[in-house]
Design a protein around this ligand. Structure first.
Ligand code: ZN
Length: 241
């Protein structure tokens, strides 16, 4: 079985489509595991939701998903993010809002826990350091945890009571060590690489593979500007910031 692990699609249809095409080129997609923030920032919230829902999938809620349906307020968002949230809220169908409202905060699938922020703080916490990863260790009960939110691919491995952080390797074989893993962002990467980032878990080979794919960034940017979304949000896509 091949599970496609995506996070932070952020209404970027070109990036999400490129990810799915690349994933399909490697074999059949058994299921998509989505770590939240399907919407927010980008120009295609409806289309991204509809594309995700065409596949067998499991999805947890992100802060932008919750904000777009008014479940959390945007006072902690920066100005551009709040503007994009209001725009998104106006461009969702009732059915889309119902779907977002139905998403769980945290979900266990086999030996994996799926969550947007962290097991300790599912919606808000950024896990960017071994200390933050360690603080969440007692909050999940599977061996492995998949997180999003920071838009930065990363691996936090636990061994002998310690946590070490490393870059996401091209291939990671599942072993005895527990870990937390961020596949990076699909629709707004922030690790200075503008290519969409995702991971494939192959349960037959018991391994995870990290991929980066190019997509038509200018097409997304043109749509954003045409629709009146903030320039800064369009700009950052070119730089992976
Ligand atoms: Zn996000």
């Amino acid at each position: 079985m091949r599970y496609i692990i995506v996070a932070d699609i952020h209404s970027n249809l070109e990036a999400f489509t490129a990810v799915l095409q690349a994933a399909k080129a490697g074999g059949e997609i058994s299921e998509i595991w989505c770590l939240g923030d399907i919407v927010g920032y980008g120009p295609d919230p409806q289309s991204c939701l509809h594309l995700l829902r065409q596949y067998p999938h499991i999805c947890v809620a992100g802060n932008h998903d919750m904000a777009a349906i008014g479940e959390i307020d945007t006072s902690d968002f920066n100005v551009a993010a709040a503007l994009a949230t209001n725009w998104t809220a106006q461009h969702l169908l009732t059915e889309d809002k119902q779907y977002l409202a139905s998403l769980p905060m945290i979900k266990e699938v086999g030996n994996f826990t799926l969550v947007h922020g962290s097991p300790r703080e599912p919606i808000w916490e950024y896990v960017l350091s071994p200390m933050e990863a360690q603080a969440s260790l007692s909050y999940f009960h599977t061996d492995y945890c998949l997180i999003g939110h920071s838009h930065v691919p990363a691996l936090f491995q636990f061994e002998d009571g310690c946590c070490s952080q490393s870059q996401l390797p091209a291939t990671l074989r599942l072993g005895k060590n527990r870990f937390m893993l961020n596949p990076g962002g699909v629709g707004q990467p922030r690790d200075h690489d503008p290519k969409a980032s995702f991971v494939v878990y192959d349960s037959d080979s018991n391994s995870l593979k990290h991929y980066r794919v190019e997509y038509d960034i200018s097409a997304t940017q043109e749509k954003m500007l045409r629709l009146g979304l903030p320039h800064s949000l369009a700009d950052r896509l070119s730089h992976g910031l």
